[in-house]
Ligand binder design. Structure first.
Ligand SMILES: [Zn+2]
Length: 141
């Protein structure tokens, strides 16, 4: 878990539910939070020789670091990593959780996000575990 993801969770005042209807906007938002000064390679920490990959088969918002020659997206090291759920739905879930707290049920979340009950349950569980980790991390400082 990187510090950057903690930053994302803390800047809740800039989250606006309506902004997160599409994946492009979601990526742009998260990139602004995690990389205020432009993309940073999560593999080697480099930021000078980074290019955006734009091929048709390339996943959305994928970058390549020409120092270590590895591709990456802003998802690496965040709660969104390895999730098949689109990032804008994750942002909506974070918003819902901020607004409703513990009273947000996975049933309600799934309904609002338009995902299956199984996916809603898995997402909410991941979010709760993540929030708990962030709380412990903050306490440990
Ligand atoms: Zn690199």
């Amino acid at each position: 878990m990187s510090l950057a993801s903690g930053t994302l969770m803390k800047r809740r005042e800039t989250l606006d539910f309506g902004t997160f209807r599409d994946e492009e906007a979601a990526y742009e938002f998260v990139e602004r939070q995690i990389w205020p000064d432009g993309p940073v390679c999560p593999h080697c920490g480099g930021s000078r020789r980074i290019g955006r990959l734009t091929g048709e088969s390339t996943r959305i918002h994928t970058y390549k670091c020409y120092d270590c020659r590895r591709p990456f997206t802003v998802k690496l090291g965040t709660i969104f990593q390895d999730s098949k759920v689109p990032m804008h739905k994750w942002l909506q879930l974070i918003m819902l959780s901020r607004a409703l707290g513990p009273s947000l049920s996975s049933y309600k979340a799934a309904k609002i996000l338009g995902v299956t009950a199984k996916t809603g349950t898995a997402m909410l569980l991941r979010l709760r575990v993540w929030e708990q980790k962030l709380r412990l991390q903050r306490r440990g400082r």
